[in-house]
Design a protein around this ligand. Structure first.
Ligand code: AMP
Length: 328
């Protein structure tokens, strides 16, 4: 079934002279890695085709992977195939111009809450979209070409979306595909240095996070990185949001959440939810969000909504702990 869908996507790629690749806004390593990895594979395999990345925003910490292509004139989209990677819903696509494409393919590993595209290949048990692109390459490797650069993009996304191959959705297949990429000659020291070395000032902020974090009655760790804290530590929104990872290893806390003031006129607050074992994407869906069972995002607009969301998260954790003995 998936092989048929992959073949349909490969045939669409063959059919078009121009292919435009999109991802979600506020990109992570998987969004950037999968788009750049697919672009590179297609450029190597079909040098006569035009393959572009058209997205409106970027993330500083992924600058080492390189940028987007210069914006294209609108008329060039009309006879192009659009491929959207790592993006569950059209609302999250980084450029509205996907609508101008003649046809659209979706390739994604998020739960398919709002399907779109003329051809859609979604596998929500995959650890990353990069893993899917590596699988796509592997399935058609007699036809497709890869090199160390393409493998580096894909491996970076696999590493970041799987927490360095730690998360539950990492399978034997994930590691076999990662091995295929490694064999292309990836410089993993360079990838890890780019991804994980931290600035001195950011470590000072982390120390503050550990001072300020709180835990609900049944074990939801949380933190509000408000505007004042962002200013005190001179944090970008991205750096403030990254504080979620500070809360991920507290014994007894199987859910952790950060609230980050976006600083816009509406007073919106970004919510990042993470969990072990207990499912939290349905909670995120109640607050204008969604995501995976153990990694989701939402938006709230007030302290009342923060407290309400925390109460509901606490109730989920309580119920989980009461009905499972193996939660650690
Ligand atoms: P984040 O905390 O932004 O990294 O999001 C975690 C996961 O939830 C990612 O896989 C996102 O794609 C998904 N997600 C975040 N925000 C939303 C949203 N508003 N709607 C749907 N999915 C979301």
């Amino acid at each position: 079934m998936n092989k048929e869908t992959m073949l349909a996507i490969l045939n669409k790629i063959k059919e078009y002279d121009r292919i435009i690749i999109f991802r979600h806004f506020r990109p992570d390593g998987d969004a950037v890695g999968s788009t750049k990895g697919l672009q590179r594979i297609l450029q190597l395999t079909f040098p006569e085709k035009e393959i572009y990345l058209q997205n409106n925003d970027f993330s500083d910490y992924l600058a080492f992977l390189g940028g987007e292509d210069a914006p294209l004139d609108d008329e060039l989209f009309a006879d192009a195939l659009g491929i959207v990677l790592d993006t569950a819903t059209v609302k999250r696509i980084s450029s509205p111009k996907y609508e101008l494409c003649k046809e659209l393919c979706k390739i994604d590993h998020h739960i398919d809450i709002a399907p779109y595209g003329d051809v859609s290949w979604v596998e929500d048990l995959r650890s990353s979209t990069c893993e899917m692109i590596a699988h796509f390459y592997n399935t058609f490797k007699d036809e497709l070409k890869i090199d160390a650069q393409a493998a580096t993009y894909l491996y970076t996304g696999m590493v970041t979306d799987s927490g360095r191959f730690r998360y539950r959705d990492v399978s034997g297949e994930t590691l076999r595909l990662a091995a295929t990429l490694l064999e292309q000659g990836i410089d993993t020291d360079r990838i890890y240095a780019n991804l994980y070395l931290e600035a001195y000032g950011y470590l000072k902020f982390k120390a503050h996070v550990y001072q300020r974090m709180q835990v609900t009655e049944h074990g939801v760790a949380y933190l509000h990185v408000d505007k004042a804290m962002q200013e005190e530590f001179n944090l970008s929104l991205e750096a403030a949001s990254a504080s979620i990872s500070c809360l991920d290893s507290i014994r007894g806390c199987i859910c952790w959440i950060v609230f980050v003031d976006n600083g816009d006129a509406e007073g919106s607050i970004r919510v990042r939810l993470r969990s072990r074992f207990v499912t939290i994407n349905e909670l995120a869906e109640q607050y204008r969000g969604g995501g995976h069972s153990c990694a989701a995002g939402a938006t709230v607009y007030s302290q009342e909504e923060i407290e309400e969301l925390l109460q509901k998260a606490d109730a989920l954790v309580k119920e989980y702990k009461e009905t499972h003995e193996d939660w650690l």
